[in-house]
Design a protein around this ligand. Structure first.
Ligand code: IPD
Ligand code: CA
Ligand code: CA
Length: 252
């Protein structure tokens, strides 16, 4: 499989993202949790195109939900990460596609159609932004970093504890950021713009591609307890440049 072929395919989703009329066709999935026609159109498009090229590879996509996967190879897709941003034309949303193979992610592509940026990685081959190798930051301590945070907006019962976490991280770091697109938060860790990112309850499609990007760029991704994440369950996620990981986990 050629990653450039996958990238070319993912970049074709830009036409869907630019359709502001379809971004206004909104259904509510839960508290502050929405899906637009753009999300469902992109998932249908990529499922169809990937299926025709790789008929044996199964799918796990956000708009069909978490379910048991019998296969040991499957695509993990978030058709739009940052749907609330898309609805408000905030221009900070991405398409995130990972390939799971026998227990690990072997390929990740995150496409930012607003900046025409493609972040991608393959296991053992490093991470890239538009063809140029990227690396995590050199920061040794949180005091040398900014850390992006996730609010788990669909799980409001987590907010009180999570905002306390943010305060603890803010107290140690230079500052915190909240962008509204977890996959892009991970891509930013991978290219050293932030020293880390955390969010208490993310789904596999939010972190699959971004996790590989961070790891291949020299960083570390675990849950809040420092354990590996599952690709079939929701989990807390802490990503960093590696050097500040212990300090970040301590603050969390
Ligand atoms: C959400 C975004 C957001 C994060 C949420 C995710 P969605 O994904 O990544 O930044 O805080 O936890 O669910 O719903 O826009 O695909
Ligand atoms: Ca998402
Ligand atoms: Ca989504």
């Amino acid at each position: 499989m050629e990653i450039q072929e996958i990238i070319a395919l993912v970049k074709r989703t830009r036409a869907f993202v630019e359709n502001r009329e379809k971004a206004g066709h909104i259904k509510t999935k839960g508290r502050a949790d929405y899906v637009t026609q753009v999300d469902t159109d992109i998932q249908a498009f990529l499922f169809r195109e990937l299926r025709s090229r790789f008929p044996d590879i199964q799918f796990l996509g956000e708009e069909e939900g978490l379910h048991e996967m019998a296969a040991d190879t499957y695509w993990i897709l978030d058709p739009i990460d940052g749907t609330t941003n898309l609805i408000h034309d905030y221009q900070h949303s991405v398409v995130s596609l990972g390939l799971y193979e026998k227990g690990r992610i072997t390929m990740g592509v995150i496409y930012d159609p607003f900046r025409e940026d493609v972040y991608y990685a393959q296991s053992g081959q490093g991470s890239f932004l538009n063809g140029t190798p990227i690396h995590v930051s050199e920061a040794e301590t949180l005091s040398e970093t900014i850390i992006s945070v996730g609010t788990s907006p669909y799980d409001r019962e987590l907010a009180e504890e999570n905002f306390r976490r943010m305060q603890r991280v803010f107290d140690k770091a230079q500052d915190i950021r909240r962008t509204g697109a977890a996959a892009l938060d991970l891509a930013y860790v991978a290219c050293g713009r932030t020293g880390g990112f955390f969010e208490p309850r993310l789904s596999p499609w939010d972190f699959a591609a971004g996790m590989l990007l961070v790891e291949e760029a020299g960083g570390t991704v675990t849950d809040f307890a420092g354990e590996p994440l599952s690709f079939l369950r929701k989990g807390s996620i802490a990503a960093s440049n590696g050097k500040v990981h212990e300090e970040l986990l301590g603050a969390l």
